[in-house]
Design a protein around this ligand. Structure first.
Ligand SMILES: Nc1ncnc2c1ncn2[C@@H]1O[C@H](COP(=O)(O)OP(=O)(O)OP(=O)(O)O)[C@@H](O)[C@H]1O
Ligand SMILES: [Mg+2]
Length: 310
């Protein structure tokens, strides 16, 4: 649905997006992650035909973002919720949506049905006749989402949609995004919230001017750091040196350290190593309280990949 090839954007001497290539399939949710200034918003604005590219190519549903006639088609196909909301403050919630619906040539009765469905889903139906200017930040954010969906776009770009929301509203918006996905829509989500990305996204692209990595959340987690076996011991101060020596003897290649009351053992296959490690530490005189294998988190992966991308 979205194809990006060697896409580059320069603002004068500054390269905001450098040689980006990626694809997003139909009903796929792609999370675009990266530090402040990484080029996420710039990328999305190019894909929505709001700014021009410097070089490379970007297509949505086969339409070329660089051709004026095709850009019109793209505008019809995409919905974009930006980080600056841009509503008509003096119009009511309903009127805001109605105005955009008309602008996109969306006819009655579909327009009214679509507005009612969206406002209801986002918990704003009761507020439909209140002026948008009287809404809180989070309510405006939700209204902006509804507005971007009035014309029933197939591709939906969300730039930090939950950044201003309270936990409950953030949950509403996340559930809403998942519902859109099941509705066979393609979604690109810019976010700094890694738990959100992990929960919603099928695939994640980490951008730091250049593309640093892509993969499912699990693939990214596996790509960094080894998984670890954590062994919690009784009275670890007494046994620390003997236990460390015992683990190193059976797993010479592992990184072993003590964290609080546990031994932390980073090995290629910690599951396979567990029986030997247990035997070794028990022989060394330790009493094991609990043991378990943990993976690297998406946060570990992100920090590692972004650090490496510099
Ligand atoms: N219109 C513009 N003119 C000049 N520079 C710009 C313009 N828009 C963006 N930039 C620069 O391009 C770079 C990428 O900005 P962009 O907004 O895409 O980052 P981002 O990844 O969305 O960051 P954030 O996480 O803070 O939203 C930044 O260095 C920014 O200053
Ligand atoms: Mg941004």
């Amino acid at each position: 649905m979205i194809e990006v090839r060697n896409l580059t954007k320069r603002f004068g001497p500054l390269t905001a997006v450098d040689d980006l290539s990626l694809e997003v399939g139909e009903s796929e949710v792609l999370g675009l992650l990266g530090p402040n200034g990484a080029g996420k918003t710039t990328t999305v604005r190019m894909l929505c035909c709001l700014i021009s590219k410097t070089s490379g190519e970007a297509r949505i549903a086969g339409y070329d973002t660089a051709k004026a006639a095709e850009a019109l088609q793209i505008r019809r196909l995409v919905g974009f919720v930006s980080d600056n909301v841009g509503l008509y403050e003096e119009l009511s919630a309903y009127e805001n949506l109605d105005f955009y619906g008309r602008l996109y040539g969306c006819r009655e009765p579909q327009r009214a049905q679509s507005i009612r469905r969206l406002l209801t889903m986002l918990g704003l139906w009761e507020k439909r006749d209140s002026a948008a200017g009287t809404f809180s930040k989070g309510m405006k954010q939700k209204l902006a989402m509804a507005r971007a969906l009035v014309h029933d776009p197939r591709v939906f770009f969300l730039d930090e949609p939950t950044a201003n929301l309270d936990p409950e509203s953030a949950r509403t918006v996340r559930d809403f995004i998942v519902e859109l996905k099941h509705d066979r829509r393609t979604i690109v989500l810019n976010t700094h919230n890694l738990a959100e990305a992990q929960r919603i996204c099928d695939r994640i692209a980490i951008l730091n001017t250049r593309l640093v990595a892509t993969g499912t959340p699990e693939e990214l987690e596996r790509s960094v750091g080894r998984r670890r076996l954590l062994v919690r011991l009784d009275d670890i101060d007494r046994i620390r040196d003997a236990a460390l020596a015992a683990v190193r003897a059976v797993l010479p290649a592992a990184e072993v350290s003590v964290e609080g009351d546990q031994l932390s053992i980073a090995a290629d296959d910690p599951d396979a190593a567990t029986p030997d490690v247990m035997q070794a530490v028990i022989r060394a005189g330790a009493r094991v309280r609990s043991a378990g294998v943990t993976g690297a988190s998406l946060e570990d992966a992100y920090l590692n990949l972004v650090g490496r991308g510099r």
